[in-house]
Design a protein. Structure first.
Length: 128
């Protein structure tokens, strides 16, 4: 699996409340991006605590402010599933991608007192 720092949306990002990923990807500057040729992968780096569930979504928009964001893929996970070293999502980036990509994390229940996520784009998925 190849990992380019410019394709990392979150690198061990602490997620305690609803938030967007630390980084966005500008596909215009990414070169020859082909939908379906890349995967969006999300992994837990540090166990989550106190929240009820976490929704993780891959969003796209035609502006960096994401004022017209469209959800491309998502999944919701109960707190018990949010354990370190667990891969939560690995989906092919679908057709319909606009210029910008980001991750969006939606916390349900109490704010998380712990929990970190990495979310990135890559050319292949580690299936271990």
């Amino acid at each position: 699996m190849l990992l380019d720092q410019n394709s990392v949306l979150s690198d061990k990002q602490a997620v305690t409340t609803t938030a967007a990923s630390t980084n966005i990807v500008d596909l215009k500057s990414a070169g020859n991006f082909v939908p379906g040729g890349m995967f969006a992968v999300c992994r837990v780096d540090v166990n989550f605590a106190t929240l009820t569930s976490l929704k993780i979504a891959l969003e796209t928009a035609d502006n960096a402010e994401f004022s017209n964001a469209v959800e491309l893929a998502s999944g919701s996970f109960l707190a018990a599933a949010l354990t370190a070293d667990k891969q939560l999502m690995a989906v092919a980036v679908p057709v319909g991608v606009k210029r910008y990509l980001r991750a969006k994390y939606t916390v349900t229940g109490d704010a998380a007192t712990a929990g970190k996520i990495s979310f990135f784009l890559t050319d292949a998925v580690d299936m271990h």
